[in-house]
Design a protein around this ligand. Structure first.
Ligand SMILES: Cc1cc2nc3c(=O)[nH]c(=O)nc-3n(C[C@H](O)[C@H](O)[C@H](O)COP(=O)(O)OP(=O)(O)OC[C@H]3O[C@@H](n4cnc5c(N)ncnc54)[C@H](O)[C@@H]3O)c2cc1C
Length: 306
């Protein structure tokens, strides 16, 4: 039986693996067969991860995480966890290739998926003008013309934040009123750099190699128009990856895994959660990494006391 199994290989999972491996817990990480490395594999330059003053590419940062986890003995399986039974003292973890593992503790670090528009070229232009994270990428759009898609609080927050950098920020929204709280709406309405484009959906992304604009479709008349842009921020929500455990551990109202205070302790003893799957607010690589450290330390303390 394993001391600890870590599910997911983003910054949270790898950091948990580094700490668990250095604590001699011989962690097994099940990293995903199709998307190992997590969300940063989808981006280009990462400039805000401490320790890299010149910045580095997202996939290079994740390769460093992996190398550091392996250096201390983490065993990594590039497979998917398809089923778990976490209720008893012995945790059961089954993979897509049919293997079954047992562990005393499990760390869930499966992240959260940003919702996509579902348009052709969206993946190809990710990190090349198309972004899901204003905190991460706003800095690249100084004096540029950009747009935010969405009508909720996060879209308003992103739009306001992006006016620090961009010369012009459009907010593209499908309806003619916003879902965002009144205070967030007012802040956006009062911002002279923000212009709303109502009743409109992005129908097409334009540009070869990097985004140059979008085709908008009027959601009432169906009329199409073009809008030249240097950047497009998609803020239509994100979905914590909880399907694996949703019937076993307690979730929050927003469907993140619920943890006790600043710990990684879930509602089940011996089951810990870390990173974006517990975090509706900060959602950064460094906060996910910090959270992974917490989970490994919590697992270590749990094992020591059982
Ligand atoms: C385009 C983009 C750019 C970004 N840029 C920055 C930036 O510049 N700086 C910054 O700090 N943050 C950035 N972020 C945010 C950052 O990527 C996330 O906050 C961070 O990756 C969260 O880490 P995590 O470990 O919690 O989850 P994730 O990175 O989402 O990793 C979770 C992993 O678990 C795997 N997984 C899920 N389910 C299973 C399963 N059943 N079995 C096995 N594996 C599973 C997933 O495939 C994935 O590999 C960016 C995000 C995006 C989308």
């Amino acid at each position: 039986m394993r001391e600890v199994i870590i599910i997911g290989s983003g910054p949270a999972g790898y950091t948990a693996a580094i700490y668990a491996a250095r604590a001699q817990l011989n962690p097994l990480m099940i990293a995903s067969s199709v998307e190992p490395g997590g969300e940063l594999m989808k981006t280009t330059e990462v400039e805000n991860f401490p320790g890299f003053p010149e910045g580095l590419m997202g996939p290079d940062l994740m390769a460093n995480f992996q190398a550091q986890a392996e250096r201390f003995g983490t065993e990594i399986l590039f497979d998917d966890v398809v089923e778990v039974d976490l209720k008893g003292d012995v945790k059961i973890v089954k993979t897509g290739s049919g293997e079954t593992f047992e562990a005393k503790t499990v760390i869930i670090s499966t992240g959260a998926a940003y919702r996509e528009l579902g348009l052709p070229k969206e993946k190809e232009l990710s990190g090349h003008g198309v972004s899901w994270c204003a905190t991460c990428d706003g800095f690249f759009f100084r004096e540029k013309t950009i747009a935010v898609v969405g009508g909720g609080d996060s879209a308003m927050e992103e739009a306001n934040f992006l006016t620090k950098f961009a010369s012009k920020v459009y907010v593209i929204h499908r309806r003619e009123s916003l879902k965002a709280s009144k205070i967030m709406q007012q802040r956006a309405f009062d911002n002279p750099k923000i212009e709303f484009i109502w009743n409109s959906a992005v129908a097409e992304l334009q540009g070869e190699g990097s985004l140059t604009g979008v085709v908008l479709e009027d959601t009432v008349t169906g009329a199409k128009s073009e809008l030249a842009l240097d950047g497009l921020f998609i803020a239509i929500g994100n979905d914590p990856r909880v399907w694996l455990v949703e019937n076993q551990v307690e979730l929050t109202e927003e469907r993140f895994i619920k943890v006790e205070g600043r710990s990684s302790r879930t509602s089940l003893p011996g089951v810990f959660a870390a990173g974006d799957v517990i975090d509706p607010t900060y959602r950064q690589a460094i906060t996910a990494a910090g959270s992974g450290c917490v989970a490994a330390l919590d697992a270590e303390h749990y094992l020591a006391s059982h």
